[in-house]
Write a protein that binds this ligand. Structure first.
Ligand code: IVH
Length: 662
């Protein structure tokens, strides 16, 4: 076969495969086959450079780096969109269109979080890709655009056309990129938009190629040239030409339709592989779009509903350090106040020095703030492009900011600690922890009051809380404490003595023991004396307790025997409330396996009942199993139980046992 023909055939096969994969998400050939054809094409093109086709996939790998991008004036300015943030504003937008005597018909689309691009095709071939720039003038990034696999180098029709759309980076690509950057000690890119923008503006198109950008096309210029009358038709035509268009495009008749669309997209948002930051609604009929008109910046026939911001930019004014109750030093961001999802944020944790260093944060940076899990604001990164040069490097401190003791860092750990047991910051925070809601839950003793009691010398150690009742007169001398409120606080302090062992174990601050583990221990031992007698080996055998926790618990009691005695003498209960264990001869200490379904009970419910009587439920039948509970449609566990001659309870028997429980 002659080389020219073969090159043409290979280009066709590869471009079709690429389209099936990147545009239609419906691959037809394997990666190996693709690579095989591509290698063949590369070899042939090297051998026969005279057959140089502009739509060859070999044009996508990136070429020579450039010094700078050429500026290009857009033939038609690239407009932006006005924003709306709530239902009222959507209704106002709708009313304005109706006022023009037009019956609205909206195309709803996802608002892709990326950057807009203009693509120019001549005779069906991609000749230029231009960024939006300031809307009037953009930059020629053709070489980089060609590396985006979902952008066709050649259209299905040999036409002259300009289209516009959004270039973006998938969430997974950003995660992967940031992982690689971390390995190379480079700062993480803050979000998909910055990452996409940075990638599209790489002077070296080989780097752009590695960034795996993607693009949705949503705008056809001069549609009348193709006899197209509506936006919806235009989208279909773009699809026909070979572009990747957005899937969830819907035509709706009124505001209720828009609201439903927004609701649906809001729910879908997290599941998408790319980020959307809102929904765009556009009046469908082109002729009427012209009647509705434009402002200098945006069309009046379209608008963007923006989701409540989950990420905002603000200035990192300073980094300050706080000392936790264990002595751990935490760097905190002091931010220029910003509103994020309805609340004003001026502080955010920076976790530890390594975190600050890995994000390459400098004081004075513009940083991006996100709500992690929608609760705690986190600084996700600095916007490097906005540096002015006067930002200050982060410096980890070497001494405790409260007591000036030199900080220590254990090998292999990321945190620095103040080792001073009498460090005021550590003590105040231990006291605050002791009275907090999940600990002894002493109402009326807020953080500030505890700090003040500490500073005034009333409470230096936990036992001092219980001495306050003898200092009532002195307390009353201080501003802000009325007799009634003091009485209430003192009452609550007394009542806290009966909080029970789980709360005590959490409140005293054994390293690593959270309130859940404290409950496990309290439930198991019922009384602190039993727990204090345990060896490390015994402790490790308890479910949920690993080696570190076991030795923490053991060492804590070794070092704090006197302290525990002191708490006991004050009258603080060291028993678990309601800890009398429920017992049942048929269940307690027996090993159960459940198979099949039991009418009226889920497997978990059965498990919970059995465990509340200290029955042990496991997944597989062995000779150690005592009883197998067999419901309807049992599995092979039933056969195994029979072959091992293990006692079997059917549904009737189980219900009878449960009915007789105390
Ligand atoms: S239409 C004349 N549709 O949002 C109308 N824009 O905030 C031009 N964007 O500059 C834009 N998704 O970069 C349109 N489905 C969508 C969009 C979209 C994202 C971007 C675009 C625009 C910006 C305005």
């Amino acid at each position: 076969m002659d080389a020219k023909k073969r090159i043409e055939t290979l280009i066709e096969i590869l471009n079709e495969a690429s389209k099936r994969y990147y545009v239609l998400d419906d691959p037809t050939i394997t990666d190996q086959e693709y690579d095989k054809y591509l290698r063949e094409l590369i070899t042939l093109e090297e051998k026969y450079p005279e057959y140089n086709y502009p739509d060859s996939p070999t044009k996508r790998v990136g070429g020579e780096a450039v010094d700078k991008f050429n500026k290009v004036i857009h033939k038609t300015p690239m407009l932006s969109l006005s924003n709306v943030f709530n239902e009222d504003e959507i209704r106002e937008f709708d009313e304005r269109i109706k006022k023009e005597g037009i019956k609205p018909q909206y195309v709803c689309e996802q608002k892709i979080d990326g950057l807009s691009i203009s693509l120019i095709y001549q005779n069906g071939l991609l000749v230029q890709g231009i960024t939006r720039g300031d809307g009037l003038t953009g930059e020629d990034v053709t070489n980089n655009v060609k590396t985006i696999k979902s952008i066709p180098l050649k259209l299905n029709e040999n036409i002259d056309v300009e289209v516009r759309g959004e270039v973006f980076m998938h969430k997974k690509t950003l995660a992967k990129l940031n992982q690689e950057r971390e390995k190379e000690n480079l700062p993480a890119l803050a979000n998909v938009r910055n990452a996409a923008a940075g990638s599209l503006r790489q002077l070296d198109s080989k780097i752009a190629a590695e960034r795996e950008l993607d693009a949705f096309i949503y705008y056809l210029m001069e549609p009348e040239k193709f006899g197209i009358k509506t936006h919806y038709e235009a989208i279909n035509y773009l699809k026909k030409l070979g572009f990747k268009t957005m899937e969830d495009t819907r035509l709706v008749e009124n505001v209720d339709g828009i609201l439903k669309y927004i609701q649906k997209e809001t729910l879908k948002r997290d599941k998408l592989t790319y980020e959307i930051d809102g929904v765009v609604m556009k009046h469908n009929i082109f002729r009427e779009q012209q009647e509705i008109g434009y402002t200098a910046k945006y069309p009046k026939w379209a608008t963007a509903y923006k989701f409540p911001a989950e990420e905002v930019l603000t200035k990192l004014k300073d980094i300050i350090f706080t000392v936790g109750r264990t002595g751990r030093i935490t760097p905190n961001a002091v931010l220029e106040p910003v509103i994020l999802m309805g609340s004003t944020i001026s502080r955010a944790t920076l976790h530890n020095a390594d975190y600050v260093i890995s994000k390459n944060l400098k004081i004075g940076d513009i940083v991006s703030i996100k709500k992690a899990g929608d609760v705690i604001p986190a600084v996700t990164g600095a916007i490097i492009e906005r540096r002015k040069g006067d930002e200050k490097d982060f410096q980890m401190i070497s001494n405790c900011p409260m007591c000036d003791t030199p900080l220590v860092k254990k090998e292999g750990q990321v945190d620095y600690f103040c080792p001073n047991e009498t460090c005021p910051a550590r003590n105040i925070n231990s006291l605050i922890h002791y009275v907090s809601r999940d600990a002894m839950n002493i109402e009326g003793l807020g953080d500030e009051i505890v700090e003040e009691l500490y500073n005034l010398g009333f409470v230096k150690r936990i036992p001092d809380f219980y001495e306050l009742k003898n200092k009532k007169e002195q307390l009353l001398e201080f501003d802000g404490y009325g007799e009634q409120s003091i009485n209430k606080i003192l009452e609550n302090i007394e009542a806290s003595k009966q909080s029970g062992l789980a709360r005590v174990l959490y409140a005293i601050g054994i390293p690593g023991i959270g309130s859940k583990t404290a409950k496990v221990l309290a439930h198991r031992f019922g009384n602190i004396d039993f727990l204090m007698k345990e060896s490390i080996e015994d402790l490790v055998n308890i479910p949920d307790i690993g080696e570190t926790l076991a030795s923490n618990v053991y060492n804590y009691f070794l070092e704090h025997k006197d302290f525990i005695e002191e708490l006991k003498s004050i009258g603080i209960s060291m028993n678990e409330i309601g800890s009398e264990r429920k017992q049942n001869d048929l269940i307690t200490n027996k090993k159960f396996v459940i198979t099949g379904t039991i009418d009226g009970y889920s497997r978990n419910e059965i498990k919970e009942v059995l465990e509340s009587y200290d029955g042990i439920v496991s997944e597989s039948v062995s000779k150690n199993t005592d009883i197998v509970i067999v419901g309807e449609n049992p599995g092979s566990k039933y056969d195994k139980a029979v072959s091992l001659n293990i006692e079997i309870w059917n549904e009737e028997k189980l219900k009878e046992v449960f009915a007789n429980l105390q």
